[in-house]
Design a protein around this ligand. Structure first.
Ligand SMILES: NC(=O)c1ccc[n+]([C@@H]2O[C@H](COP(=O)([O-])OP(=O)(O)OC[C@H]3O[C@@H](n4cnc5c(N)ncnc54)[C@H](OP(=O)(O)O)[C@@H]3O)[C@@H](O)[C@H]2O)c1
Length: 277
């Protein structure tokens, strides 16, 4: 009988998810990792990670994932790491409602659907860990990222509420709030802005030119950027500590943002934030 604890890790094709799936496997977990493309499975499978095709916007794929994991483990899911997401750049006035909805379908509604499927399994066993990868942008807003800010703020609200509601169930819930981390995130933001924002017919045309340069890596990089191992360090704590923290803020810029929000009057804080990014 396989007694390794079982964890679902979403968005494991690149970046933080890919790193954490591998690190968890090395740390003795039985890892069920999700990707969206067939070709992204091979490398993970070769390392003994069980992979599934799952897209948060396709709820049938979420249910198929959970059914199959339960079949393979005999009804056990010890932990869920919701990680797969993307950033939709664009000024709030340039976002169509459909594009905003798409951002929420992936970053909020899909996570909610998967989490709701997993909670009864954990409740039945009286134990479990749920870790949601939010962002510093779920605590502190940046310009030109309204859809993403809103999705992560929404995730914060849902997750903290759930954390309080699950008290006494044996299920512990944590949020990870990273600042800049090396991954494919910026490249995927670039695809989303090019696909969904009219970059010509907008009062923000000049600003978008700058934002495109930033996303292409043509401006000086974000200060304080860390590798995905920085996220793994706190994920491991959230999964194994007797008393996991509600919030794990990762990187110095993220910690600075939270501190400034606490200390400064909001008008001054938003004026400073509005000059960044
Ligand atoms: N990198 C940062 O600076 C940073 C900072 C704060 C928070 N975060 C958060 O960290 C998490 C991981 O991002 P990352 O930096 O590792 O970026 P990444 O390299 O772009 O990885 C994102 C992962 O999410 C997957 N994904 C995207 N849309 C999905 C969907 N609809 N259903 C299922 N999976 C989907 C991607 O799959 P495909 O390859 O198929 O697109 C990919 O595997 C995200 O929650 C992000 O918001 C990142």
């Amino acid at each position: 009988m396989n007694e390794k604890p079982a964890i679902i890790v979403t968005g494991a094709s690149s970046g933080i998810g890919a790193y954490c799936a591998r690190a968890l496997k090395l740390d003795g977990w039985r890892v069920f990792a999700t990707v969206r493309r067939e070709q992204d499975r091979d490398g993970l499978e070769a390392e003994g990670i069980e992979t599934f095709l799952m897209d948060y916007t396709d709820h049938a794929s979420i249910h198929a994932l959970v059914d199959e994991v339960l079949a393979r483990t005999g009804g056990r899911i010890d932990a869920l790491y919701n990680n797969g997401a993307y950033g939709q750049p664009g000024a709030v006035e340039d976002l169509s409602t459909d594009v905003l909805r798409l951002q929420f379908e992936t970053n909020v509604f899909g996570w909610h659907e998967l989490t709701r499927r997993v909670i009864p399994v954990m409740r039945a066993r009286g134990t479990g860990r749920i870790v949601n990868c939010s962002s510093i942008l779920g605590l502190v807003p940046f310009r030109w990222r309204g859809a993403y800010n809103a999705s992560k703020f929404a995730l914060e609200g849902l997750t903290i509420t759930m954390m309080m509601e699950l008290r006494g169930s044996g299920i512990e819930v944590s949020l990870i709030e990273p600042g800049p981390i090396r991954s494919e995130f910026m490249a995927n933001c670039l695809k989303a802005v090019e696909a969904h924002i009219d970059l010509e017919n907008t009062v923000h045309k000049v600003e978008y030119a700058r934002q495109l340069k930033r996303l292409r890596g043509e401006l000086s990089g974000a200060k304080g950027k860390l590798g995905p191992e920085a996220v793994y360090e706190v994920l491991r704590h959230a999964l194994t500590a007797r008393k996991p923290k509600p919030h794990y803020i990762v990187t110095k810029p993220a910690k600075r943002g939270v501190l400034l929000k606490r200390l400064l009057p909001s008008r001054l804080f938003y004026r400073i934030m509005g000059s960044l990014g």
